[in-house]
Design a protein around this ligand. Structure first.
Ligand code: ADP
Length: 592
């Protein structure tokens, strides 16, 4: 397994979750992998696909996504192709012939392809050991990007005669969506592999500004070497903002559903090939964009739910380097979403669900708690939380209220209860309320009963949430328990601070620096990559990610041997791409 990873992809170790997913596939178990964006989902079907042999079928909802993935595999010396409506008849025939002759290791297809009887007939004749469902949340009606054709394809896939394994992958699925995917794809509960939804390299910011355009223009000018996406909710806004950027000589383009296919493709390619730095777009942009060095994603408006937000924002920093995700919003955004929901033709159940999602999205814009922890809690309520220390809420320094005393009262109350309880019982006991349940459990006889009777329910919720988000309390199925870290609190080794409930926000602009990276050399290597990209017709980040280039600029390797030990350098890339980079490094070293 490891040797396949390092031989083809140049990585020495698996990222969290990858090995577990691949092991299940190799054991012939259908599996659902929930890994964060940039977590390396592709490897989860590419490595076992290579090991199992035959043709791995990858079902993917977006045509543009396929092209990038196939280009990347080809750049690694792997035989891959895609079949979709963007190809000419002749191109399709060539690929079908390759498929029939067993020449393809990977075939990417859109779900609609299974409506074509000839294609299904062709599939029946070849060797298939693995079928991957990429972006699997599109299968579920409860997901944020439901595609009926994706659900319909399932029966057709399972009707194929071969004995294959199924791997489904997604980044943004709530617990309900995960259950739905598993039921539809025949995946057992124990065959779900989830890793933390956390993306530690993303710095989240919320900014309730009335001067969005001014903010964006300043931000983009200050970050003049970085690539970024700015999402707006309407085409008109996209165009207006783009005009303003052009006026300031910002190298930018636009993308929305009102443009022709050709215009959209050109915009996308310009961005992926580093010919433009900034894309202003509606949410039509992005799902198929495989560009790992997006350094910022700004939302000009608030999206309708946190899944969409996290997916769009998560397009930043897929190479693991520090990147910023900034949400600008005004109260007017809320009204627009409420209008969309109430005027939609969906059934009431669905509208209620969308309403709930909108409420949680609004909560994200208002909370004073850690933004990363808020997102993690939304997707995985049982995950242990900690403050990220870098989001706009963590860095605002407005946690001036010392709640250490209150924290101790809450903790000692929870510790005295004879069983584990949920938020509301704990609050009732602290406030000294007497219900049948409280009497039944004898909680009214505890010394801590009523110990915080002067606090309102919402104040207590705030304090308990703060302890939860700081990791002193853990949650499992809404039941709260004390974490071992409370010892330090009870022994007076720590103090805990919270916000005095006042809203406040300010713009935080951080500068990306990575220790030890020679920035002059880095810029030179980026140019080498750009030239190579143009010569070979491969996207720059498919050659080497920014992370790998940074490692080059940090370690300044002198030989191929030095290079192979760097993440992202595999045998194929070593042979075909490294010499040019080595030359540049050598020349550079001679100069200094
Ligand atoms: P996503 O989960 O968003 O689909 P990708 O599969 O595109 O993510 O991977 C994101 C980035 O992480 C890519 O640049 C990929 O090469 C890199 N990557 C994947 N697996 C590993 C690994 N085991 N070690 C180092 N980098 C990895």
């Amino acid at each position: 397994m490891e040797s396949t990873l390092s031989h083809y992809f140049g990585f020495d170790t698996f990222r969290p979750g990858q090995k577990e997913i691949i092991t299940k596939v190799m054991n012939h178990q259908n599996v659902l992998g929930v890994l964060p964006t940039g977590g390396g989902k592709s490897i989860c079907y590419q490595v076992p696909g290579l090991m199992l042999g035959g043709t791995t079928i990858v079902i993917s909802p977006l045509i543009s996504l396929m092209k990038d993935q196939v280009d990347q595999l080809k750049a690694t010396g792997i035989r891959a192709a895609y079949l979709n409506s963007s190809l000419t008849k002749k191109e399709q025939q060539t690929i079908e012939t390759q498929l029939k002759q067993g020449e393809l290791q990977f075939l990417y297809v859109a779900p609609e392809r299974f409506d074509n009887g000839y294609f299904v007939h062709l599939l029946q004749q070849i060797s298939i050991h693995l079928v991957a469902f990429d972006e699997a949340h599109c299968i579920s009606k409860w997901g944020h990007d439901f595609r009926p054709s994706y659900q319909e394809v399932i029966d057709k896939v399972f009707a194929l005669p071969q004995d294959f394994t199924v791997v489904a992958l997604t980044a943004t699925a709530t617990a309900e969506v995960q259950r739905d995917i598993m039921a539809r794809l025949n995946i057992d509960k124990q065959d779900e592999i989830k890793t933390s939804t956390k993306r530690p390299n993303l710095v989240f910011q919320v900014n309730p500004t009335y001067q969005r355009q001014k903010f964006v223009l300043e931000y983009v000018t200050h970050h003049d070497k970085e690539a970024g996406i700015i999402y707006c909710s309407t085409r008109k806004q996209v165009e207006e903002l783009h005009e303003a950027l052009i006026e300031q000589d910002v190298n930018s383009t636009i993308y929305h559903a009102g443009l022709s296919n050709k215009e959209r493709e050109a915009a996308q390619n310009d961005f992926v090939y580093d010919r433009v730095r900034v894309v202003v777009a509606t949410n039509a942009f992005g799902m198929g964009i495989d560009k790992s060095n997006v350094r910022f994603v700004i939302h000009y408006n608030m999206p309708g739910d946190l899944e969409s937000y996290y997916q769009e924002a998560g397009r930043a920093g897929r190479d693991g380097l520090k990147s910023e995700c900034i949400l600008l919003f005004s109260e007017r955004d809320i009204g627009l979403h409420q209008y969309f929901i109430s005027s939609s033709k969906a059934d009431d159940d669905y509208k209620d669900k969308m309403g709930e999602k909108l409420t949680k999205m609004m909560f994200y814009t208002k909370t004073k708690k850690c933004l990363e922890a808020t997102l993690v809690h939304y997707f995985e309520p049982n995950e242990k939380l900690t403050e990220c220390g870098q989001c706009s809420n963590c860095t605002q320094g407005n946690k001036t209220y010392d709640m250490t005393h209150e924290a101790k009262m809450i903790i000692s109350c929870i510790a005295r209860m004879n069983q584990q309880e949920n938020y509301s019982v704990i609050i009732q006991v602290l406030r000294g309320e007497e219900t049948d349940y409280i009497r039944y459990c004898d909680y009214n006889t505890l010394s801590t009963h009523g110990i915080m009777k002067n606090y309102t329910t919402s104040e207590l919720s705030h304090l308990i949430d703060e302890l939860r988000f700081k990791g002193y309390l853990n949650e499992h199925d809404e039941i709260l328990t004390c974490d071992t870290s409370v010892k330090a609190l009870l022994n007076d080794q720590v103090s805990i601070f919270t916000t005095p409930f006042k809203p406040k926000s300010k713009e935080v602009v951080s500068i990306n620096t990575v220790e030890g990276v020679d920035r002059v050399l880095f810029d030179e290597l980026i140019q080498v990559r750009k030239r190579l990209s143009e010569d070979l017709g491969i996207a720059p980040v498919s050659i080497f990610s920014d992370y790998t280039i940074e490692e080059f600029a940090k370690r300044k390797p002198e030989s191929k041997q030095d290079m192979i030990s760097i993440d992202g350098v595999g045998s194929y890339k070593l042979k075909h791409y490294c010499p040019k980079f080595l030359d540049t490094i050598q020349t550079y070293k001679a100069k200094i």
